[in-house]
Design a protein around this ligand. Structure first.
Ligand code: EAX
Length: 320
């Protein structure tokens, strides 16, 4: 919630400045401060406060129900949120195309698509839905974990109760593989795993490490079955009310947030699997990706109906 206060410029070493109004803006995300979202939010805060000479203060809060956080940003009870695209498709349907399994080859490919014309076109779909798509960030390639058995091919996943995000593209994929997808907010995940409501879940290594999911899951399969983008979303009233110069400050800070976030994902990908092994997880590194892709053929046919096949192909063949 936007708050204005008068601050003694002297306190910030800006002795020359007369007393001025300080505006507090709130940004939320779903993960611990040390996570790839946390370091992104911290970089955003540092840059906003520095570039605005303290005229803005950024209040970082945690909300691990991403759909709720998007709603709060839409109605303006907060100014920004960092979220995976998991629930975003419920607000901006066009983004769902990004959630198609095995669409992105690697991080370089995904980052180039999102930072390029395709990603920018998708950001332009947000204002008509009462949101601002500020900058693409990153969650990472998602991998399956579960407490029942090792999973290396589609037969192993059959019958597993798997928590998914509230995302119909992901749910169709798991249904097609013969798993039993249960959509729920991240806030409900750990209790559901502890109580056995679900057997497994899927998330990027950075999320599994940052949230100690090794404490509630035994098996980790490096399926990398889908790239999970994240995005910083803003409140349009706030965004359109501030000056053009201040919008530039927030845009520059958002770019700093995306860089810090992606650098953390890269670092977590390098060290995370060994860290999870060290914490006692059993890791399947050799997964039959071709078999999973073949088993998903009916889902790919459905996606080609649901989305523009030319766009899917443009994304798939995009060269960084
Ligand atoms: O965005 O819900 C999820 O599994 C997400 O990956 C998590 O909230 C981080």
């Amino acid at each position: 919630m936007l708050r204005r206060t008068l601050f003694a410029a002297a306190g910030l070493g800006l002795a020359a400045l007369p007393a001025a109004a300080q505006t507090t803006v709130t940004i939320t995300h779903a993960l611990p401060p040390a996570s790839h979202y946390g370091v992104g939010a911290a970089a955003f805060k540092e840059a906003v406060e520095r570039l605005s000479n303290g005229r803005y203060r950024v209040n970082i809060q945690r909300n691990d129900n991403e759909r709720e956080a998007i709603e709060a940003t839409q109605i303006g009870t907060q100014e920004f949120t960092i979220t995976s695209t998991g629930p975003v498709g419920n607000f901006v349907r066009e983004t769902l195309v990004l959630d198609i399994p095995f669409l992105f080859r690697d991080y370089a490919h995904a980052r180039a698509v999102l930072d390029g014309p395709i990603g920018q076109d998708l950001l332009a779909k947000f204002p008509p839905r009462g949101l601002v798509g500020v900058v693409w960030m990153e969650n990472g390639f998602r991998n399956l974990t579960n407490s029942r058995r090792e999973v290396t091919n589609p037969a192993d996943i059959r019958g597993l109760k798997v928590r998914t995000m509230e995302n119909q593209v992901h749910m169709r994929a798991f249904t097609t593989l013969g798993a039993l997808p249960t959509p729920m907010a991240f806030s409900e995940l750990v209790p559901a795993l502890q109580q056995g409501t679900v057997d497994g879940q899927e998330n990027p290594i950075p999320v599994i490490v940052a949230n100690n999911l090794n404490q509630v899951q035994k098996f980790l399969s490096l399926t990398r079955h889908v790239y999970s983008p994240a995005i910083m979303i803003g409140n349009p009233n706030f965004w359109n009310r501030i000056s053009a110069a201040d919008r530039t400050i927030f845009q520059q800070a958002a770019a700093a947030a995306a860089k810090a976030n992606r650098d953390k994902v890269t670092a977590d990908e390098e060290s995370g699997v060994d860290e999870l092994r060290r914490r006692g997880m059993t890791v399947q590194t050799t997964v039959d990706t071709a078999a999973f892709q073949a088993a998903l053929a009916p889902a790919f046919q459905a996606y080609a109906q649901q989305f523009d096949p030319a766009l899917i192909e443009r994304i798939r063949t995009f060269q960084p």
